[in-house]
Design a protein around this ligand. Sequence first.
Ligand SMILES: [Zn+2]
Length: 159
Amino acid sequence: MCGGVARWLRVLGIDATYTPGIEDQELVRQALDEQRVVVTSDHKILERRLFTTGRLKGLLLPVGLRRDDQVRRVVTRLRIQVGFPRCARCNGELAPVQRAEVADVVPARSLIWAKDFFRCRACGHVFWEGSHWRRIGAVRAEMAARTAAAADNGAAEGG
Ligand SMILES: [Zn+2]
């Protein structure tokens, strides 16, 4: 239901699945099977017994919230620690690869300028440092600062 949010959460290293057009019933079943938190803008789903009794955890994203604010809300409400990015396309794990290994898929300009390259273990998509990556870096830094601040307010680990 929140595909754009799912992509950003993956970039933040959060294991986030998203299935376009999934039926409510199937969504709930999958969440139970995989012990996932359901993030949705549909308050009706969250009124189901599974949620009201606490068997499933859900978070409502108000309709009309900007993408950035949606992501912030998820990260702060669920107290998520930002980790190493996952594949924004499929949620797979990214593995570092050598420049030479991706020379055939990365545009020449990026191949020269980018420092780090990663390949998704699941779908094989290649990611690299670039203008998009800088924006990602900025968002990651902001989210990391937020979760650190949240941790300071509570108890918990330093570092
Ligand atoms: Zn992938």
